[in-house]
Design a protein around this ligand. Structure first.
Ligand SMILES: CCCC(=O)SCCNC(=O)CCNC(=O)[C@H](O)C(C)(C)COP(=O)(O)OP(=O)(O)OC[C@H]1O[C@@H](n2cnc3c(N)ncnc32)[C@H](O)[C@@H]1OP(=O)(O)O
Ligand SMILES: Nc1ncnc2c1ncn2[C@@H]1O[C@H](COP(=O)(O)OP(=O)(O)OP(=O)(O)O)[C@@H](O)[C@H]1O
Ligand SMILES: O=C(O)CCC(=O)C(=O)O
Ligand SMILES: [Fe+2]
Ligand SMILES: [Mg+2]
Length: 335
């Protein structure tokens, strides 16, 4: 599939969606009832009445699905305010990590919204964690995870204006590289634009269909201007695969598969481009030991950092994940 084909398909699907409520009822799509299709036709989505047949097929084929206008302006305003309170250190949520851009991490700037590139692990911040419990988000998440849903990993990304060294880019990667749990089809990322996001301020770039491949080896890219800690990238992806730039309006939300290759471009504006996201997984999943796999490098890095920063020893990668995971729907069966 070439880029323009992918882009036009995307436009068709997006144009079709209109508003979220139209997705559920879908009276005029002319789609056949799902029961007339053999269930094994679908590998990446579950049977329920939330996704239209067209949306299911799109996700199956492409590994992502954009739902327009899913999160309200009022909720986004609340997330923005809470992020500002965190940056001003008016609140210090337990377990939260605050990341600065590599170009300024060694300088002495006081903590403020202008030096934070992203915050991670806000599971103990009631206001931000509301994002992971919004019914409109979970309704879609359930199509991929099933009814027992864990919020595994949370982030609010505040992509800064690029300093000129292109460190505001996020290299192409698969999120599964970071996750020691399986199966991959029971994991989905929800990523919501907190403002209009396009090529100017560094939108997501996805390689449609790459979720059908395997987990690739990841390492730091050889970028002249430096690269952020933990921002591993894939060195050998198929350069001929279509790249789709996801231009999104405030509140639009993309759901994507953890094997989908994606990244984000540099922020060429003077604003701090914001998105909030959570990776969800079925609680029926299981942890894996990543030793001897391509994920061993990220495990070593995280374990070494935990020791250096917090003096934590003999804690496995699985324990880190078990500790921050939170049930948001159904039952905590396994993870
Ligand atoms: C789907 C994506 C999923 C994921 O990303 S899952 C990956 C999970 N990631 C994590 O668990 C990382 C969590 N974050 C953290 O550990 C910390 O926030 C982080 C980023 C290390 C910063 O920790 P702080 O407590 O603020 O510590 P610090 O400022 O003293 O930094 C510790 C060492 O790290 C370095 N560092 C921090 N931010 C950096 C950056 N942006 N680029 C490059 N290096 C960076 C920093 O220079 C310091 O190293 P050194 O001790 O000076 O040699
Ligand atoms: N040299 C590189 N090595 C690895 N990944 C790269 C490299 N250059 C860009 N990328 C990543 O590839 C993705 C797509 O980049 P691309 O240049 O197509 O888009 P962009 O930078 O967002 O937009 P634009 O080119 O319009 O500025 C981004 O995620 C970016 O971080
Ligand atoms: O730039 C972004 O908002 C996406 C970042 C991302 O893909 C990640 O942190 O895994
Ligand atoms: Fe990612
Ligand atoms: Mg570019």
């Amino acid at each position: 599939m070439d880029g323009s084909h992918a882009a036009s398909r995307l436009r068709i699907v997006l144009g079709h969606l209109g508003c979220p409520s139209a997705v559920v009822a879908h009276p005029t799509s002319g789609a056949l009832p799902l029961t007339s299709f053999h269930p094994q036709q679908f590998q990446y989505t579950l049977d329920n009445n939330v996704l239209s047949l067209e949306q299911r097929k799109f996700y199956e084929e492409n590994g992502f699905l954009v739902i327009k206008n899913l999160v309200s302006d009022a909720d986004i305003e609340r997330f923005r305010n809470e992020f500002e309170r965190i940056c001003k250190q008016e609140v210090k949520p337990l377990g939260l990590s605050i990341m600065k851009d590599v170009t300024i991490v060694k300088s002495e700037y006081a903590l403020s919204e202008k030096v934070v590139t992203k915050i991670q692990d806000f599971q103990e911040d009631e206001e931000l964690f509301r994002y992971c419990t919004l019914p409109e988000i979970l309704k879609y998440v359930e199509c991929f995870t099933g009814p027992n849903i864990m919020a595994m990993h949370t982030m609010l990304i505040n992509k800064p204006p690029d300093s000129g060294k292109k460190t505001s880019r996020h290299p192409l990667h698969q999120d599964l590289h970071y996750f020691p749990f399986r199966p991959s089809n029971g994991i989905v990322c929800a990523w919501t634009a907190m403002e209009r996001i396009d090529r100017n301020n560094g939108c997501l770039v996805v390689l449609p269909g790459t979720h059908k491949g395997t987990l690739k080896p990841h390492d730091y890219p050889q970028w002249e201007g430096g690269v952020n800690i933990m921002f591993h990238g894939i060195q050998d992806y198929d350069k001929n695969n279509a790249h789709v730039h996801l231009v999104m309006e405030k509140g639009d939300t993309v759901f994507f598969h953890p094997l989908l290759i994606h990244g984000s471009g540099q922020n060429k504006t003077q604003g701090f481009r914001k998105a909030i996201s959570c990776h969800f997984a079925s609680s029926d999943s299981h942890y894996i030991d990543v030793k001897g796999t391509s994920q061993e490098n990220i495990e070593k890095e995280i374990v070494a950092l935990a020791k250096k920063l917090h003096g934590i020893e003999d804690v496995s990668l699985q324990d880190f994940w078990r500790f921050r995971a939170r049930l948001v729907k159904g039952e905590r069966t396994n993870l």
